[in-house]
Design a protein around this ligand. Structure first.
Ligand code: SF4
Ligand code: SF4
Length: 473
């Protein structure tokens, strides 16, 4: 076979002449610290997001925990709202919105989620910050790892491990605090009387945080995250991505500060490698858009600082589009972006409307399965039911019931019911009619809250069936 006609796949598999290279051990990444506008934005996002995570379970709302996912009671408390299993479709709604938001932001500006809001990025920032404070800057960390186990190395590594584990356990504790009242959890922890499940989940989530943010770091983004794999399908030539301007930067090469690149026949890239050193995933953005790029923009800040020192124009690495790099005009507002934005806005408005008009009372009428009807005195026919009322509000409900039917039908006994706050009541109910028409009839039960202000009164209607026999000949 002519070697020139070898299948391309084989050439790729044996790249470098050594198939083992495909499975080469990943070298540890030592990201260099950097300052700049995008770094400050990322730090602000870390404070904001982690601030919400660690603070929310401690906040109170109407005398209870502001955010609590009470799984045993099957109720989710989010600020002033209580969600019941019947409200599960809101979760589906939110997931649809989250998926669409991912499409929208990815089509607009690439992996914004990964760079600024993904828990992996956010917690890795904190673990990295601890590592830097304890072990020093990039060079010192590399020297420390390469050097022998001296007393200083043992002390620094132990201190880092202690802080990492403490922070990871605090994270695990906070996570569990979203599912069980956190103040109780704190006193149980202090008294060493945690339940087995609480201890397990604190340790499990703490360990996951420690492992992912402390050790796996960029490996999660590169090899485990599915989003990294399919995000390319959401990009187009007008998506804003972090790119190196090769036309401006090449040919790269070293030179004196302030030297005129044109006179040296060079591009603006001085090949200082700082953009690679600051990259948390250890890639070189000058090789083009890669699956390992989490769009953290650290390389933009690094290169801008270098450009400032060289007195060159900023933006050799910048947010730009494939079309703009090829000399075209960036089109941010394109049909798919407008479509995503419109659907997202409609879903958000629908959710807000639905939440504000959500009925806090649910009622269900379940027929007695033993008998379709029962004959009473004076030719009356009775049907029996169980009336189930769910009070999703935080106030006690007093409801009065009326029944509507195409013939005279009445409720036997009391027609007023009380339901405790956040409770479900199962009430026996009997409907009676004198000499009703034979057959099956749809009847409506209306429950109206006895409120001082009729505008605030909850009203709920349920349709059920009433059966009557053929009259005796
Ligand atoms: S930081 Fe800028 S100048 Fe330095 S190597 Fe990277 S792209 Fe080139
Ligand atoms: S290439 Fe730049 S934007 Fe991408 S991960 Fe590395 S530093 Fe962040």
């Amino acid at each position: 076979m002519n070697p020139a006609k070898k299948p391309k796949t084989i050439e790729l598999a044996l790249v470098g002449g050594d198939a083992d290279l495909l499975y080469a051990r990943q070298p540890k990444v030592y990201p260099r610290e950097i300052d700049g506008r995008y770094t400050r934005l990322r730090v602000a996002a870390v404070f904001w997001l982690l601030g919400m995570f660690y603070a929310f379970p401690w906040l109170s709302w109407d005398g209870r925990q502001a955010v609590l996912f009470d799984l045993p009671a099957r109720k989710f408390y989010i600020l002033g709202l209580t969600f019941w299993p019947q409200d599960f479709f809101y979760m589906t709604w939110l997931l649809v919105m989250a998926g669409l938001a991912l499409f929208f932001f990815t089509a607009l500006a690439g992996r914004l989620w990964c760079g600024y809001a993904c828990p992996q990025t956010v917690w890795t920032e904190v673990f990295l910050w601890i590592e830097r404070r304890v072990e020093g800057d990039r060079n010192r960390r590399m020297k420390l790892d390469a050097g022998p186990w001296t007393r200083e190395k043992i002390v620094r590594k132990s201190a880092k491990q202690f802080l990492w584990i403490a922070f990871a356990l605090w994270t695990g504790f906070t996570f569990v605090g979203f599912f069980t009242p956190i103040r109780e959890l704190a006193s149980n922890t202090a008294a060493l009387s945690l339940s087995g499940w609480e201890a397990f989940w604190i340790a499990f989530y703490g360990f996951a945080t420690y492992g992912n943010a402390g050790y796996l770091r960029e490996q999660v983004c590169k090899y485990m995250c599915p989003y990294a794999r399919f995000q390319g399908a959401m990009f187009d030539r007008d998506t804003l991505v972090i790119s190196y301007d090769a036309a401006r930067g090449e040919p790269r090469g070293g030179r004196r500060r302030g030297a005129d690149p044109a006179s040296l026949d060079l591009g603006d890239c001085i090949d200082c490698n700082v953009c690679v050193q600051v990259c948390p995933t250890g890639i070189d953005i000058r090789h083009g858009l890669q699956v390992g790029c989490i769009a953290c923009a650290a390389c933009i800040d690094a290169c801008d600082a270098v450009m400032d020192k060289m007195q060159y124009r900023r933006g050799l690495i910048r947010y730009t589009t494939e079309r703009a790099l090829a000399g075209g005009r960036t089109r941010v507002l394109r049909p798919r972006i407008v479509f995503y934005a419109f659907v997202l806005a409609a879903l958000a408005a629908g959710l807000a409307w639905s939440l504000s008009h959500r009925s806090l009372v649910l009622a269900e009428v379940i027929r007695d399965r033993n008998a379709l009807w029962r004959e009473g005195r004076g030719g009356s026919v009775e049907n029996s039911y169980t009336l189930k009322i769910v009070n999703k509000s935080d106030r006690a409900l007093h409801l009065s019931a009326t029944v509507r039917a195409p013939f005279a039908l009445e409720i036997v006994g009391a027609s007023g019911f009380a339901v405790e706050p956040s409770a479900v009541a199962a009430i026996p109910l009997t409907l009676r009619a004198i000499a009703p028409p034979a057959g099956r009839h749809d009847v409506t039960l209306e429950l109206v809250e006895e409120a001082t202000n009729p505008k605030d009164a909850a009203t709920v209607r349920v349709v059920t069936r009433y059966f009557a026999p053929e009259p005796n000949p």
